[in-house]
Design a protein around this ligand. Structure first.
Ligand code: CU
Length: 423
């Protein structure tokens, strides 16, 4: 399997607003054996990679967060990410994003957390809580322990299981009454997960690394691939509780099963949850700030019996077309503030993600949300729609938007975006 630093997940990177991250990527994977396919929207060149810094508001160009820059096997690349001094602090992540190989590499466990530190430092109950980083993945490989053809991924012919930090059902320990803060990264390559912890509520304090201004107390939390959630857990009475992926319908059943065993034991450690949270870092976008709007439509072409079909029988489209690296689909002025509606004309859920700028989700299925939420990755309901507002600030350049179910991305569900005077 392909990994960062020989294991999964990759090392957790920690930075502060104003830092410059300088990374050297040594692509130690062997040469690609397959020729460049005639159809670039079929998976290929599994040993070519690159790195995306998911959720960061940084330059998408040059040697920064540039996912259009392939990194060939046997070569070494410098990467430099300048994090703005006013960047929201929180839980982000990094993963490969080379079109053709990203899905297989993420499924192999190439993913790691990136924390822009200092979020909630001013909330004593959160600052006092022990922090854990939980990177979730759905692991699959063939009977040789490899993924060397896309037929291993699709159709779902090989066993797969859920993992937390590269382990199957690890033990997470808390003392009775203890509050812990879990930074959860949903790094599974293609499926949503509905998380639940037996006997405990999940208190969400941030979505996609952006501080929420209130605590969402949930019995279960649906996380799409690419999403993050910061969650407070207050341990109950001594015992062993399962953190698990519960049944969920994403158009077809999401994976289910145990993720971790939570052991509550030892001397009580009474801690309290915060009564309230401070205002989030990003101001809401009002009607008078908007400079334009646009609409995108996600669709899929699929065979009559999808469950047994091969991947070549599917195509995933945005506005009726598959990804073309030579065609700019969305041109956006630098400084624009826009309202976008993403329509999902398919009976399965899809997951909208755009690089460089987060967005404020305002409506689901045309119904206004009581409290709009800032995100960078969001489920577009099946046969439904999603509306958000975004400011395209600070960085011009070419980048992408796509479905974060990475199998769909590989099979075409991605668009090229040009912000400002780029291309
Ligand atoms: Cu999709």
């Amino acid at each position: 399997l392909r990994t960062y630093e020989g294991g999964t997940p990759g090392p957790t990177l920690r930075a502060r607003p104003g830092d410059v991250l300088r990374l050297t990527l040594v692509n130690g994977l062997p040469p690609n054996r397959d020729p460049m396919p005639r159809d670039i929207n079929h998976p290929h060149h599994f040993n070519t990679t690159n790195v995306h810094f998911h959720g960061l508001h940084v330059s998408p160009s040059g040697i920064a967060d540039n996912v259009l820059r392939p990194m060939a096997p046997g070569q070494t690349y410098e990467i430099e990410i300048a994090i703005p001094a006013d960047h929201p602090r929180g839980t982000y992540w990094y993963h490969p994003h080379n079109h053709g190989s990203a899905d297989v590499q993420i499924a192999s466990g190439m993913a790691g957390a990136l924390i822009v530190a200092g979020d909630f430092d001013d909330v004593p109950e959160i600052a006092a809580a022990r922090e854990r980083v939980l990177v979730l993945n759905e692991v699959l490989f063939d009977y040789l322990g490899t993924i060397e053809t896309y037929d291993t991924v699709w159709p779902e012919a090989v066993p797969r299981f859920l993992s937390v930090n590269g382990q199957r059902e690890p033990i997470i320990r808390l003392r009775p009454g203890e509050v812990q803060r879990w930074r959860i990264v949903q790094a599974a390559h293609e499926d949503n997960l509905r998380l639940g912890l037996d006997g405990h509520d999940l208190h969400v304090i941030a979505y996609d690394g952006i501080q929420h201004s209130r605590i969402d107390r949930l019995e279960s939390l649906v996380m799409a691939p690419g999403q993050r959630a910061d969650v407070l857990v207050r341990a109950g009475t001594p015992g062993t509780y399962l953190l698990q992926a519960l049944p969920n319908d994403q158009g077809y059943p999401s994976p289910t099963g145990p993720l971790a065993r939570v052991e509550v034991a030892g001397e009580p450690l009474p801690m309290s949850l915060p009564a309230r949270l401070p205002a989030g870092p990003l101001a809401p976008i009002g009607d008078d700030e908007l400079t334009g709007s646009r609409q995108l439509t996600f669709t899929a072409l699929e065979p009559e019996v999808p469950a047994t079909a091969t991947y070549q029988e599917f195509a995933f489209l945005i506005d009726g077309r598959r990804f073309d690296p030579n065609r700019v689909d969305q041109r956006i002025s630098l400084g624009a503030v826009e309202e976008w509606t993403v329509i999902n004309d398919h009976h399965d859920e899809h997951v909208f993600h755009i690089h460089t700028n987060p967005f404020q989700v305002t409506k689901i299925n045309d119904e206004p949300l009581a409290e709009p939420v800032w995100r960078d990755t969001v489920i577009v309901p099946r046969d439904g729609s999603l509306t958000f507002r975004s400011r395209f600030l600070d960085f011009s350049g070419k980048t992408v938007l796509h479905c974060h179910m990475m199998n769909h991305e590989e099979l075409g569900m991605m668009q090229l975006v040009a912000i400002g005077d780029a291309g």
